[in-house]
Design a protein. Sequence first.
Length: 244
Amino acid sequence: MKRLLSLLFLAAIVATGPARADGTAPIVVELFTSQGCSSCPPADKYLGELAKRPEILPLAFHVEYWNYIGWTDPYSKPWATRRQRDYQTSLKERFVYTPQMVVEGGAEGVGSERDAIEVLIRAAQSRATLQPDIRLHWREDGALLADLGEGKSPAGQPATVWLVGFDRMHTQKVMAGENQGRTSWDYQAVRNFRRLGGWAGFSEQLVVPPDEAKALGDMGAAVLIQANGNGPIITAARIDIPQP
């Protein structure tokens, strides 16, 4: 416990903001996947490779609708399925599918088609801006603080601030369904996801209480500012989870 508090104190000294050397925020790539989907392993592997690139914030949302086929994905959540269906509406897609990747909330493609996704990533990087800034840091008591800078809220409407917690990597022996007998490699699985607040262009500080903060995941936490909750992502920042 004493060692954890020391680490938290050190982490509180240095705030974590944009990950890219040019000062812009990381590009958010969301993968909608499932352990029950036979087409998903190549996309899962690609997401793991994206996780090694500091300019990318890859997040795996495990959906529920594949669970009916005989294998329940232990990381599947109703809010992951709901988020994909919200993108279906905002991106005007006829249906949802896996593996789907959504880049910066504004463009989508098949998650296993690397070349196509890289085009979307480069396009998002070319549009990257420097505002607003997000600074994340740990308070000594274990609370996570998100300092949001000033900027221009799209269309004058408050944007949604999302809190995301995710794990590094898991392996799982799949015992039924389309991937029966295979080992699933799950990278950056989102374990916690909720609305943290709103952002209307003004600087403010949002607080994640210690009890919630310590349960976010084993890898990292991120804060996303997103227009309309399911529109273009305005900016994002991530911070590592302190290790005991």
